[in-house]
Design a binder for this molecule. Structure first.
Ligand code: NAD
Length: 294
């Protein structure tokens, strides 16, 4: 059956929520939500619904949502590979979810299902706190996949005026440049085919890695380390490991850096608020996230 962990805390309000995806057994999200609920005196169960588990072999995403809604869940986090597929099962989308075209948080309320994208706000909030005063005229985004779409919109919400996008699949970077300019017309976005030429002719103020390069199973850096300069700020959304090759090299050159834990923690902060209607304490949720590495 699904993994269940109970918050056994207090008694005032019982909240049931969960995460639907594949290969999610190591997710830190249940612990972040349950510890935050406990600290606020709420009783909460956050369950993992891992569709790779044989128990779910005959269950569709639609069937699972029907069941959990009927069981009284307050909402769900949705992750790989269902963030797009889930949209057809929802009544309404938030503006950010419609802009990105993906949903990572579903709220069940008054018999209706609302879709949100807290990855966008999550990246933006971590970014504002760390890089709020850095130059943001021109940013380079590496990776135009699922996470890259949310990060592109977030960067513009944080004040970036020109966004260059690089992806080994140039169809993706071109499509994302068009999408982001449609949704955020205040920004100029372009797909760039050649990083050496970009840095030589129009160096970005900062770069964000939203490719899987740098993960423990995919070592290396999508941005050539030789092109880093100490003026650049550097963010990575990979968080296994927290210190990627790119971030290590950037710190060695004196760049300001932002780890992938920022987005992971703040997407949970916003989802907690959507599930419970209460503000969450980001520092407390980050402490729970960081405790996994000790
Ligand atoms: P994805 O597979 O949807 O997209 C990855 C994109 O990167 C693809 O378009 C691919 O063509 C491109 N790419 C791969 N290697 C490249 C390279 N060397 N140079 C340029 N482009 C390259 O993946 P995703 O869902 O967008 O996730 C990307 C990474 O972000 C994963 O490692 C994931 O763990 C991480 N992530 C982190 C958070 C967080 O909260 N911190 C959230 C979501 C995803």
């Amino acid at each position: 059956m699904h993994a269940q962990q109970d918050c056994n805390a207090a008694k005032t309000q019982q909240i049931e929520v969960g995460l639907v995806g594949r290969g999610i057994s190591k997710s830190r999200t249940p612990s972040m939500h349950m510890a935050e609920a406990r600290a606020q005196g709420l009783s909460c169960a956050y369950r993992l619904h891992d569709m790779d588990d044989p128990t779910y072999a005959n269950m569709s995403l639609a069937g699972l949502l029907d069941r959990l809604e009927a069981e009284g869940y307050a909402g769900l986090n949705i992750t790989f590979p269902y963030k797009i597929e889930v949209i057809d099962l929802l009544a309404e989308l938030s503006p950010n979810a419609s802009a990105v075209g993906a949903v990572n948080t579903v709220v069940f309320r008054d018999g209706k299902r609302y879709g949100h994208n807290t990855d966008l706000w999550g990246f933006a909030e971590g970014f504002r706190r760390e890089f709020g005063t850095e130059p943001q005229d021109h940013a380079l985004l590496l990776g135009a996949g699922g996470a890259g779409v949310a990060v592109a919109h977030a960067l513009i919400d944080c004040g970036v005026k020109r966004l260059s996008i690089y992806d080994t699949d140039q169809n993706r970077s071109t499509a994302l440049a068009r999408q982001v300019m449609r949704n955020r017309p205040q920004c100029m976005a372009q797909s760039v085919p050649d990083l050496d030429a970009l840095v030589a002719q129009d160096p970005p103020d900062g770069i964000v890695n939203a490719t899987p390069m740098g993960m423990a199973k995919l070592p290396g850096s999508a941005f050539p380390i030789r092109l880093l300069t100490s003026q650049m700020w550097v963010a990575d959304i990979v968080y296994f490991p927290l210190e990627t090759e790119l971030l290590r090299a950037a710190a060695e050159r004196g760049c300001r850096t932002l780890k992938g834990s920022g987005m992971a923690v703040f997407q949970a902060v916003r989802a907690f608020e959507l599930f419970t209607g209460r503000p969450a304490d980001p520092n407390r949720m980050k402490a729970t996230f960081d405790a996994f590495d000790q």
